[in-house]
Design a protein around this ligand. Structure first.
Ligand code: BTN
Length: 264
C-alpha cells in the first residue's frame, strides 16, 4: 500500500519531492498541484494520490487511476527561466525520467512523441505538463505523470486510444510503487536542475520510438504520413514525406501512431 509515511522513507532529504502531499484519493494530482502552486508552495513540491477520480490526459481526455494499481503524481517546479516555447521539453523530461527509472528495473522503454512512454510498443505511462506564464516567464510548471504499474491500471479496450500495458506485465514480476516513484523523481531532479531545452533535445531524440519508421500523425483537422526522422529545435516532430520534403509538426494536439500498429 502507498502511504505518506512509506513515500517519505523513499525520498531523500533535499531531493525533489521533499515537500510531499499524499492523499488516498484525489480528483487529479495536477489540479491539486496547481492549487498549491497558486498558494505559493515551494519548488519541488510533490502531490501523490493512490487513486484519481478525475485524472486528466492531454486535450481533455481522462486518465484512469484505480486505487492500488498505478502511480499518479505531479511535481511543481519554479524554473528560474523558461519560456512557453519550452513546454514540450518539460513534457519530455517527465517521459525521459520514467524511461530511465524503467531501465533501472531492466526494461527498455522509449518515448512515443510527444508525451507517452512505451514498453514493447505499448503505452505504459503518460505525461501532462502544464504551466502558468507571466509573459515569457514561467510562474510555475507542473509535471504530472501517470504510470500503469499493475494491469488493473490499464483501462478496458473500448476506452483505449492506443494499445497499453503495465510495468509488471512487461517485467513479469511485482514492482514496489514507492521505489519506482523515488527512482523517477531522482531522474527528474537531475533533468530539471538547470533545465535547458537544447540539452534535453538530444536525449529526447535518442529515446524516440518508431524512429526511421513510417508513422501517421493527426491533429488540427489534418493528417500526415511519413518517416519519423527526429525532432526540430523546439521538440517538433520531424517527418520525411514520400516526396522527399521534410516537415516539422508542433506537439500541440497531435497524435502519432506507427502505420503498422494493429488493433487496440
Ligand atoms: C496523457 O497520456 O494524455 C497524459 C496522462 C497524464 C496523467 C497524469 S496522472 C498524474 C497527473 N494528474 C492528472 O490528472 N494527470 C496526470
Amino acid at each position: 500500500m502507498l502511504s505518506g509515511e512509506r513515500l517519505r522513507a523513499w525520498i531523500p532529504a533535499g531531493a525533489l519531492g521533499e515537500h510531499l502531499y499524499y492523499e488516498a484519493s484525489l480528483s487529479s494530482t495536477n489540479d491539486r498541484a496547481k492549487q498549491l502552486a497558486e498558494s505559493g508552495c515551494p519548488d519541488g513540491t510533490l502531490v501523490v494520490a493512490d487513486e484519481q477520480t478525475a485524472g486528466r490526459g492531454r486535450e481533455g481526455r481522462g486518465w484512469f487511476t484505480p486505487a492500488g494499481a498505478a502511480l499518479a503524481f505531479s511535481v511543481v517546479l519554479r524554473p528560474r527561466s523558461s519560456s512557453p516555447d519550452e513546454i514540450g521539453g518539460w513534457t519530455a523530461v517527465g517521459a525521459l525520467s520514467v524511461c530511465q527509472a524503467l531501465q533501472r528495473l531492466g526494461a527498455q522503454a522509449d518515448v512515443k512523441w510527444p508525451n507517452d512512454v512505451l514498453l514493447s510498443r505499448r503505452k505504459v505511462a503518460g505525461v501532462l505538463a502544464e504551466a502558468s506564464w507571466q509573459g515569457e516567464t514561467a510562474e510555475f510548471v507542473i509535471i504530472g505523470i501517470g504510470v500503469n504499474v499493475r494491469m488493473e491500471a490499464v483501462p478496458g479496450p473500448r476506452t483505449l486510444d492506443y494499445p497499453a500495458t503495465s510495468v509488471e506485465t512487461c517485467l513479469g514480476r511485482s514492482v514496489d510503487r514507492a521505489e519506482l516513484l523515488s527512482s523517477i523523481l531522482a531522474a527528474l531532479g537531475r533533468w530539471t536542475a538547470g533545465f535547458r531545452l537544447s540539452e534535453v533535445l538530444g536525449a529526447w531524440e535518442a529515446a524516440l520510438a518508431f524512429r526511421g519508421e513510417t508513422v501517421h500523425v493527426e491533429g488540427a483537422g489534418r493528417a500526415w504520413q511519413g518517416r519519423l526522422s527526429g525532432l526540430g529545435p523546439r521538440g517538433e516532430l520531424r517527418l520525411r514525406l514520400d516526396n522527399g520534403d521534410s516537415l516539422l509538426l508542433p506537439a500541440e494536439a497531435m497524435h502519432l501512431r506507427p502505420v503498422d500498429s494493429g488493433p487496440v
